[in-house]
Design a protein. Structure first.
Lengths: 111, 114
């Protein structure tokens, strides 16, 4: 089983600050996905990274896939209260490409 | 925008009772999944379904669980004899294909076993 470790587990910051959260594994990924989950909702896909060293931007969110494809980071610039949520990384594997999730980083952005 | 819908949003049941959780996946999707999330824990894979049969299942998905696609639109998860530890959010998801296509999740059913 390919374990995904996310850090930090909890992060509370003030509006306008920058932050980075991490997803690591001892194994190489063919691809990695980042999801955001709000309370009482299902995970919503933010991005998929495939190529080692790849950087993808989604407005104020920047996703990076490590060169060795064993780690990924999510950087948020000028965080807003609407960014509050559980950020999950996940790897698709298996014949049906089911997802294995990390335990997530719970982000709280205070106004 | 197409979405995965799940019913009910919340189900309370007595231990030992059977429950059926219902999902309507996105209409042109071919792969269907059930995941669960115990409060404060990871989202865990239960089972995947393709071409009217289970393609993979986790160790959580034991004989007490079953899935069915009875009418070509609904996708159901049945738990035959619920246990207290089955209390969790259950998420249905679907995806169009096998490769890197996005998996869309429903809003979940909160199952509480008392």
């Amino acid at each position: 089983t390919q374990l995904l470790e996310q850090s930090p587990q909890f992060l509370s910051i003030q509006e306008g600050e920058n932050l980075t959260v991490y997803c690591n594994s001892s194994s190489v990924f063919s691809s990695l996905q980042w999801y955001r989950q709000e309370p009482g909702e299902g995970p919503v896909l933010l991005v998929t990274v495939v190529t080692g060293g790849e950087v993808k931007k989604l407005k104020r969110l920047t996703f990076q896939f490590g060169d060795a494809r064993k780690d990924s980071s999510l950087h948020i610039t000028a965080a807003q209260p609407g960014d509050t949520g559980l950020y999950l990384c996940a790897n698709r594997r298996g014949s049906a490409r089911q997802l294995t999730f990390g335990s997530g980083t719970q982000l709280t952005v205070l106004p | 925008e197409p979405e995965v819908t799940q019913t009910p949003s919340h189900q309370v049941t007595q231990m030992g009772q059977e429950v059926i959780l219902r999902c309507v996946p996105i209409s042109n999707h071919l792969y269907f999944y059930w995941y669960r999330q115990i409060l404060g824990q990871k989202v865990e894979f239960l089972v995947s379904f393709y071409n009217n049969e289970i393609s993979e299942k986790s160790e959580i998905f034991d004989d007490q669980f079953s899935v069915e696609r009875p009418d070509g639109s609904n996708f159901t998860l049945k738990i035959r004899s619920t246990k207290l530890e089955d209390s969790a959010m259950y998420f249905c998801a679907s995806s169009q294909g096998q490769l890197v296509s996005e998996a869309f999740f429903g809003q979940g059913t909160r199952l509480t076993v008392v």
